[in-house]
Ligand binder design. Structure first.
Ligand code: GAP
Length: 449
């Protein structure tokens, strides 16, 4: 069973490369661990995820957006606790030089090629490991031309701090009243020691974070509200409920009063895709102390001044991308044009997430069908990511679209030339419906696009 699941992950990684979703970064040089590139279909899909999240967060009256810089004043990371606490205890193997996180040794395998299949815990029992040492996960670099300690800056390991430091700028410029939130999508970087499982744990990744500022005392109510909202977002975007679960944090981070993860069942097992945290007034109070600037909120109606509590929803965009891909991947038997059956690979992606929304396929390249198809494709392309394909048997063309998750295919045939009707084929049911060509946009709109 475990092998079968690993096999599925291998198939997904291979499809992602073959069809242009995800490539290994710097592949021609042998790649670099923990870094991936999103290809033509991948970047469409990733953008769709981020846009859908952005809409769900900021197309409401109580949440504003921000796009903060990646490099911030180094004191930010002292105040946030990352300089002191954002580290993992690690041990090194004196034999093969591999480095392991102390808390995950039991899940790790020995990295020495001569001992394939050997568990790392066995090496520990044989005293091959050094004493644990802590390694900070933040990448460091220097601003300006001089590489000395006064020029050190950190490449942000989370987007959240750009929200805290802008809290009052945003509150006063947008005239928001508490409760209100600030949303941000952006890159984050962590020097993860063990990168693994494709996009799951990478060194460069994207986050979609929202901090919701509330009156102390109202925090638990809003925590429950955001828990529901965020779980429903994944379900509404096509992930089956039985592939999602909650995990309560028993050991809380230094800033948290309560924390739950949304976990997805990846082929390698359950893994976190988003955290919902009650961060209390920790971050704003810390920044107030380290900057010497007040970050208190003044409530006009009650004349009270207080430091708000923060409910954080923190999702990985690239990790969610992987979850959407795994949740959508299916292999099934499907009828062929000649009445037989063959295996089809289909990505059952929600239409909002799918990289291509509609494919336009002339049945044959003659009798005006190709011109008509091009005309329809050009028209649809103005509003929807459209793909035009006129090569190969129609059945093969459908299968190529199924494999990349295109929810709809439009076929132009000889009847189109007579009455301007087309067939629309729906990816999951494979059902075909005949409609007038000027109704295609309407059809897509009704499908939620
Ligand atoms: N601001 C809170 C915070 O950053 P986190 O649990 O460390 O919390 C939030 O990260 C989300 O970011 C995770 O649920 C995951 O989806 C994503 N994430 C974290 N580290 C990652 C990594 N190394 N690679 C890919 N995604 C990662």
């Amino acid at each position: 069973m475990a092998n079968e699941k690993n096999n599925i992950l291998e198939k997904i990684v291979s499809l992602a490369k073959r069809r242009g979703f995800v490539f290994q970064s710097s592949e021609i040089y042998g790649g670099i661990n923990g870094c991936w590139d999103f290809g033509p279909l991948g970047v469409e899909m990733l953008n769709n995820i981020k846009q859908s999240w952005w809409k769900s967060m900021t197309f409401r009256k109580d949440i504003e957006g921000v796009d903060a810089s990646i490099l911030m004043h180094p004191k930010v990371w002292e105040a946030s606790g990352h300089v002191a606490n954002f580290s993992d205890p690690m041990v090194d193997c004196k034999d093969c030089k591999a480095r392991f996180r102390v808390d995950t040794i039991e899940e790790e395998m020995c990295a020495n090629k001569a001992f394939q299949g050997r568990k790392a815990i066995k090496c520990q029992q044989e005293n091959k490991f050094t004493e644990p040492r802590t390694f900070n996960l933040m990448f460091k670099t220097f601003v300006g031309p001089v590489e000395d300690s006064s020029a050190v800056v950190y490449i942000r390991p989370e987007t959240a701090q750009g929200i805290f430091t802008n809290f009052l700028n945003i509150q006063s410029s947008s005239r928001q009243k508490i409760p209100f939130g600030i949303a941000q999508v952006g890159k984050a970087f962590r020097n993860e020691i063990n990168t693994k499982n494709f996009l799951f744990r990478t060194r460069e990744f994207e986050q979609m974070e929202m901090q919701y500022f509330v009156k102390p005392g109202d925090d638990e109510k809003w925590f429950d509200y955001w828990k529901d909202e965020r779980m429903n977002w994944f379900i509404d975007h096509g992930i089956n409920q039985n592939k999602l679960q909650w995990r309560k944090h028993e050991k809380l981070a230094h800033y948290a009063k309560n924390a739950f993860d949304i976990e997805f069942e990846f082929p390698f097992g359950w893994g976190e895709i988003e955290g919902i945290h009650n961060r209390t007034d920790f971050d704003l109070s810390q920044h107030e102390e380290y900057s010497g600037k007040s970050l208190k909120y003044f409530d006009e109606s009650t004349k009270e001044k207080f430091t708000p509590f923060v409910i954080e929803t923190s999702a990985g965009a690239s990790r969610s991308f992987m979850a959407f891909l795994c949740a959508a991947y299916e292999e099934e038997l499907a009828p062929t044009a000649d009445g037989k059956e063959d295996k089809r690979v289909v990505l059952k992606l929600h239409p909002k997430i799918a990289p291509i929304k509609i494919a336009v396929l002339p049945l044959v390249n003659r009798d005006g069908m190709d011109e008509k198809a091009k005309q329809i494709s050009d028209e649809l392309q103005k509003n929807y990511k459209t793909f035009y394909d006129d090569s190969g048997a129609i059945g093969r063309r459908y299968r190529r679209q199924d494999e990349i998750g295109t929810p709809f295919c439009v076929t132009i045939d000889s009847d189109t030339m007579k009455d301007d009707s087309v067939t629309i084929r729906e990816r999951d049911s494979m059902k075909q419906t005949r409609i007038s060509s000027d109704k295609i946009s309407n059809y897509l709109f009704n499908a939620g696009l």
